[in-house]
Design a protein around this ligand. Structure first.
Ligand code: CA
Length: 229
């Protein structure tokens, strides 16, 4: 669950924001003083900060600047004065978003969600993306070894998955049953190529809308199979 810190000295506004964010499933804390707000923002791991500009103790300008020196936590700055918002935008303090009070709580929630999602993508971008093959409604996630047909996950055995993936990676190429058998089963099994036929049938039942008229794996009579793109 994402934790949000609201630094806001107007209690009614802070409470309203908190209520809406909690209804959306966030864990929310409020600090009414700039000094303690800054301290907590620096020391604790919040996922996002909602920061009022005019605060007792340390103001929002300073809090934003100090936190940005050490953290990339998303910061949404709010102010009752549009002029101030324009001013802080110009200062380039590094806030991620600015809102002028009064704003609708649902807009705040929408922006919070957008910034959290963007930040997660940013954090996650260090990880290599899953290798995915997508052909029309068929999605094969090679990294996770999962198959989705029109968004619905289907269960595949290891060999079914390997066979489907091999064909999909080599589209428009006709493979004989012998070739597929050698490719997928290697030395494990002693040459019953009927296994290939059985597996193709099972794969089709999972991915094809109409197995009599396959749109992915075509049978090339007398030769073998071809993955159609
Ligand atoms: Ca204030």
């Amino acid at each position: 669950m994402s934790r949000i810190l609201i630094i806001e000295d107007e209690e009614s506004i802070a409470e309203l924001e908190k209520d809406y964010l909690e209804l959306s499933g966030f864990e929310v804390e409020i600090e009414e003083n700039g000094e303690t707000g800054l301290k907590r923002g620096l020391e604790e791991d919040f996922d996002l900060l909602i920061l009022d500009l005019m605060l007792p103790g340390v103001d929002g300008f300073e809090i934003c600047r100090r936190i940005r020196e050490v953290k990339n936590t998303p910061i949404i700055m709010v102010s009752a004065k549009k002029d101030d918002i324009d001013k802080i935008r110009g200062l380039g303090l590094g806030a991620d978003d600015y809102m002028t009070k009064p704003f609708s709580p649902s807009e705040l929630v929408a922006r919070v969600k957008a910034h959290l999602a963007r930040y997660e993508r940013l954090i996650g971008s260090g990880m290599p993306e899953n290798e995915v093959i997508e052909i029309r409604g068929l999605k094969i996630d090679k990294t996770a070894r999962r198959v989705y047909v029109n968004g619905e996950e289907k269960n595949f055995t290891t060999k079914e998955f390997d066979l489907l993936t091999f064909l999909a990676q080599n589209p428009n190429h006709v493979f004989t049953k012998e070739e597929l058998f050698r490719q997928i089963w290697d030395m494990e099994s002693l040459g019953d190529i009927a296994t290939v036929t059985v597996h193709i049938k099972k794969i089709r039942e999972k991915i094809e809308f109409n197995t009599a008229k396959p749109q992915y794996i075509e049978t090339i009579w007398g030769v073998g199979y071809r993955f159609k793109v």
